[in-house]
Design a protein around this ligand. Structure first.
Ligand code: MSP
Ligand code: ZN
Length: 555
């Protein structure tokens, strides 16, 4: 490892291999992808690792419903996920699955370590059991009447009507969701991870700058309530890894899932001759997890404790994103707002969505609303009306009057007007670089976008001020050439700044400019440089496409 730059291992939550990627999921992956791209552009070493979360009862039962083996079932989703991520511009260094020999090996090693270190306790527990299907029933697979308020058809863990929480065995008139049979209560021995042993460690860790402040405060409630031992066992039948030295016990999916981060990274490191311990045992590198708010408890309490208990380093940072709502409401199948990434991609380019998310994302754990009217307005006005407009207004002159070649210098001689605040416009744009980088690095993407769009406004004001369309008629070709060349150079800076958000527009622009749009190459403007003839790089969004997306999501 060289010590001149920073080294990051970044993960995003592992997607369940139980369904397709939807726009809510996409939010978190795009957020992390923008961060990783920023670090790579800055020259830091940053690996982005992710994969499918392939185990657990729902996957096992859905495979059965489809008359497939769990392996066949998860393979289909794996293939679809890979395609969806690629088309969203989410670029992983490695995308794996938790159902791998590497993950099994690591899970067993970690289990053995925490066991040998005295962190496993055994208890007999009573659980709901389906006597027809011969399977223990997870909470969500038992339904019945709430023991408190008698509302019928409630899940086994909590009542949607009165908010009571309870055990599935407390429900009245309980039924198995799988067979409809009345569950019986059955005893079984389970292994528990002794989380309370880590209370002091976690108290310190959760207030130590590794979490957003809202998350730290929220976690203090759990300490007040007292941490409980965590059940890491599931009885057969189960799709997962068998616990060594047992015949019918499996590791609970939430134990092997985060270990999947390690296993996926291990495969990547081995393929690339990199050292696993450099990222999992060494405090000179940074381990960063991006997750959604619903899985905070697993990542900010269990996971650091498991890592500590088995001799690995704890995460350096966990970034939690809020949930996506669509048109102000929870995504819903009946409203047509439960939108799969593929449905969106069938109608629109991912760059629009990435831009919209970026323009609204901050490092607070807030829900983000995808309001389609706002989406169309913002994308059309910012990206087409402001950004692309700069290139299209200037390139016509460069093409027709100047043989597609930019001016030899950009010094405009007649700019002695006192109102002219464009004298140093190129340098002014460059001077914003640190601010913009900081906003991206701090996950304050909305602030970065604001800065960049203010510059786009300024570039347009510059063009409006000099009016090349009028200048050319006065015969001042020299100034016309310089103004348009400056416009193209400013466009290049803006595209560089936006490249973590709009990677595919950056590539297209780079072809148009016949020049790199790398951040590090901006110090020298393009002079006496040939560009390509301009072709529209991004189209306006036709609102009809939104209707089509919503209609397709209803079926
Ligand atoms: N498999 C677990 C994570 C295991 S990590 C070791 C899981 N998978 S998931 O497929 O349900 O969710 C994947 C990610 O999407 C999670 O970070 C989750 O919080 C996030 N989101 C799911 N729905 C979401 C929204 N509506 N909005 C934003 N993020 C959402 O959880
Ligand atoms: Zn109730």
């Amino acid at each position: 490892m060289s010590s001149t730059n920073n080294h990051y291992l970044v993960t995003s939550a592992l997607l369940y291999a139980n369904g397709h990627l939807h726009l809510g999921h996409a939010l978190g992956y795009i957020q992390a992808d923008i961060w990783v791209r920023t670090q790579k552009i800055l020259g830091n070493t940053c690996y982005y690792i992710c994969g499918d979360d392939a185990h657990g009862t729902p996957i096992m039962l859905n495979a059965k419903k489809n008359n497939q083996s769990p392996e066949e079932f998860i393979k289909q989703f794996y293939d679809a996920h890979i395609k969806d991520f690629a088309d969203l511009g989410v670029k992983f260094d490695y995308y794996g699955t938790t159902h791998s020999p590497e993950n099994q090996k690591l899970t067993e090693q970690i289990y053995t370590a925490i066991k040998n270190n005295g962190h496993i306790i055994t208890k007999n527990i009573n659980q709901a059991y389906d006597p027809v299907e011969n399977i223990f029933l997870p909470d969500r697979f038992v339904k019945g009447d709430c023991p408190k308020c008698n509302t019928c058809d409630q899940y086994g863990d909590s009542c949607e009507h009165c908010g009571a929480t309870y055990n599935p065995t407390d429900l009245k008139n309980a039924k198995s969701v799988i067979s409809g049979a009345t569950p019986i209560v059955k005893e079984s021995e389970h292994y528990f991870f002794n989380l309370p042993q880590f209370t002091e460690l976690l108290k310190t860790w959760t207030i130590g700058d590794h979490l957003q402040s809202e998350i730290s405060s929220k976690l203090q409630e759990w300490f007040t309530a007292g941490l409980q031992p965590w059940d890491i066992t599931r009885d057969a039948p189960y799709f997962g890894f068998k616990i060594p030295n047992t015949d019918n016990k499996y590791f609970y999916v939430w134990l092997d899932a985060p270990i999947g981060y390690m296993a996926c990274s291990k495969i990547f490191f081995d393929q690339n001759n990199l050292n696993f311990d450099d990222y999992w045992k060494n405090n000179n590198t940074k381990l960063i997890h991006f997750i959604g708010k619903d899985i905070t408890y697993f990542h900010a309490l269990f996971w650091p404790a498991i890592l500590e208990g088995s001799g690995y380093k704890k995460p350096d940072q966990i970034y939690v994103n809020g949930f996506l709502t669509v048109n102000g409401k929870k995504m819903s199948k009946s409203r047509g707002t439960f939108i799969l990434a593929r449905t969106y991609l069938n109608h629109l380019d991912s760059e629009y969505l990435r831009y919209y998310f970026a323009s609204k994302l901050s490092n607070q754990v807030e829900d983000l609303d995808l309001n389609f009217n706002d989406f169309v307005l913002k994308v059309n006005s910012d990206l087409i009306g402001k950004l692309i407009n700069i290139a299209s207004r200037c390139s016509g002159f460069i093409n027709k009057q100047f043989n597609n070649t930019l001016a030899k210098n950009l010094q405009i001689n007649n700019s002695n007007n006192a109102d002219d605040n464009f004298g140093n416009i190129y340098q002014d744009f460059l001077n914003k670089s640190d601010t913009i980088i900081n906003h991206f690095t701090n996950i304050n993407y909305s602030l970065a976008i604001k800065e960049i769009m203010a510059l786009a406004d300024k570039a347009n004001q510059f063009i409006d001020y000099y009016k090349p369309w009028a200048l050319i008629k006065t015969g001042d070709t020299d100034t016309t050439h310089k103004v348009c060349s400056m416009g193209i150079n400013l466009y290049r800076i803006l595209i560089s700044y936006l490249s973590p958000v709009l990677p595919s527009l950056a590539i297209k622009s780079s072809k148009f400019l016949k020049a790199s749009t790398d951040w590090s190459n901006l110090n020298n403007p393009l002079l006496d440089h040939e560009i390509n003839t301009f072709e529209p790089l991004l189209q306006r969004i036709d609102p009809l496409k939104i209707e089509n997306i919503l209609n397709d999501s209803k079926s």
